[in-house]
Every structure is written in structure tokens, then in C-alpha cells.
Design a protein around this ligand. Structure first.
Ligand SMILES: [Zn+2]
Length: 261
């Protein structure tokens, strides 16, 4: 049902495992485990139909990001609930039976916390996260709750088959700004070596407290807030039937940055 693959070759201490859909259902839920449905390589190639459901993902984690079937928007999982920011910026709740071609989640435990009382620009936010994170080869889940300003967000339009590659879809992404919002930046930092599987580096989505503002974060300024981080020592990946796990690191970071940067 689940087989160990790549293991130490990929990310040192990070234990990587691929699962079938059934494996995802039966995998034990625990802390410090990141669970992913699909891979960034599959998404880049235009596999947008999805295989795992949001319900599956929510059983495995209460914090996460990704997208949903047909690339219908930017997914935010926070406090065990799934939200979607569509291309028009509208945020809606996601039903459990919605499929996802790409999502990563974890059971969030605030292993490392830092209060921030002064303003930070986006570079400052990323630098603070980097200074909090243990080692560059670990997967970390991120939760930054606070007051933000000048949020630059993006989302993508729902696609219909035949699906175009992600690079072409993102060329028509929508972008907008929110002057200020109280809410949470949610996301992950993946190591460089994970680039066939995930977005290397920081990948953050935003959801406002009142669920009216959300999206993939291009930049944002923090007025004040609380950084929290969970360190994942294991990554389980659910692969839809017919999809193989590519060679880790084979997808150039620049290719992924072009669509997820
Ligand atoms: Zn995103």
C-alpha cells in the first residue's frame, strides 16, 4: 500500500514516502508529519483533475495550502477548515468532497514561536522565518497571525479540459492588493531538493480573519503579529494512479519560481 522511496537520498533526515489513495486514508495521523496530495511536477504538466479529496487532506492535517480540482483557486487550510480564494478574490468554504490535484497539510503544533511588535516588509517576514527554522533541509509548516498591510495576492482561473500546462495558466493569473487585513499567512518551506515534489523555499497563502480576503501571497507587510512554526520530519505523498514520483530536484527551481514565486 505504501512503499518507501528515495528516503535519505532526498532530504537527509526527512523521511519521504509515496502512498496510494488508499494509503492516504489509512495513514496514521500524527504531529510533525506533512502529507501531500499530488506533486508540483504533475501540476506543472497540467494534471488538474485531482484524486484525493479535501476531506482526505483535512483528516491528515489542520493547516495547509494548495489548490482544488480544475485549479479553481488558492486553497488555505486553517484551524481544520478549508477555504478557497478564487480568481476574482472571493473566498468561499470548500466542501469535503472537492478533489485536489495539489495540496500539502500538517497537524500544526507551534514548536517555535516568536512575537513581532514592530513592522516588517516581506523580505523581513521571510528573513524572520528563516532565522526561526532549524535547518535548511527540513520541511516547516508556517503560521503567521497578525495585522497586515499592502497585501499583494494572486489566484488563477478555473480550467476546463484539455488542460494547459501551469506556466500558460499562470500567465493569465489575476493579481490584486488589499490595503490592510487582520488574518493569517499559512504555508510551508520546502528544501531545494524537493523541487520535483513541492515548491522549494517559501510558499505562503493568506486568509483574513473574517474570510473575505485570501490568495497566494506575492508580498505583504506585517504590522504586528505572532510567528509560529512546526517542524515536519516526515513527508508522505499521495500519488494519483498513473503518476510517478519524478527525480527529486530535477525540476529547475526557476521553472517553479515562474509559477509559484
Ligand atoms: Zn500558492
Amino acid at each position: 500500500m505504501a512503499r518507501d522511496i528515495i528516503d535519505d537520498r532526498l532530504i537527509g533526515s526527512l523521511h519521504l514516502r509515496s502512498l496510494t489513495h488508499q494509503g492516504l486514508e489509512h495513514d496514521p495521523v500524527r504531529e510533525h508529519l506533512a502529507v501531500q496530495a499530488g506533486t508540483i511536477d504533475a501540476l506543472l504538466a497540467g494534471h488538474y483533475a485531482g484524486d484525493a479529496t479535501i476531506g482526505d487532506v483535512l483528516r491528515m492535517g489542520d493547516l495547509g495550502i494548495g489548490t482544488v480540482q480544475r485549479l479553481a483557486g488558492e486553497l488555505v487550510i486553517l484551524d481544520g477548515a478549508a477555504w478557497l480564494a478564487a480568481a476574482d478574490g472571493k473566498v468561499t468554504s470548500v466542501s469535503d468532497d472537492t478533489l485536489t490535484p495539489f495540496a500539502v497539510a500538517c497537524r500544526f503544533t507551534p514548536d517555535i514561536i516568536r512575537e513581532q511588535d514592530s513592522a516588517l516588509d516581506y523580505a523581513g517576514i521571510l528573513a524572520t522565518l528563516e532565522s526561526m527554522a532549524p535547518a535548511p533541509d527540513t520541511v516547516v509548516g508556517i503560521r503567521l497571525a497578525g495585522r497586515f498591510r499592502d497585501l499583494h495576492l494572486r489566484s488563477v482561473r478555473e480550467q476546463a479540459p484539455p488542460f494547459l500546462p501551469l506556466t500558460q495558466v499562470v500567465a493569465h493569473q489575476t493579481e490584486w492588493t488589499a490595503e490592510s487585513a487582520v488574518g493569517t499567512l499559512v504555508g510551508f518551506r520546502f528544501p531545494d531538493g524537493a523541487s520535483g515534489v513541492e515548491v522549494p523555499g517559501y510558499h505562503l497563502h493568506f486568509l483574513s480573519e473574517d474570510h473575505t480576503v485570501g490568495g497566494h501571497v506575492l508580498s505583504a507587510e506585517l504590522t504586528k503579529g505572532t510567528f509560529a512554526m512546526t517542524v515536519c520530519d516526515e513527508l508522505h505523498i499521495e500519488l494519483p494512479a498513473g503518476l510517478a514520483l519524478g527525480t527529486p530536484g530535477a525540476t529547475a527551481r526557476a521553472t517553479i519560481a515562474a509559477v509559484e514565486g
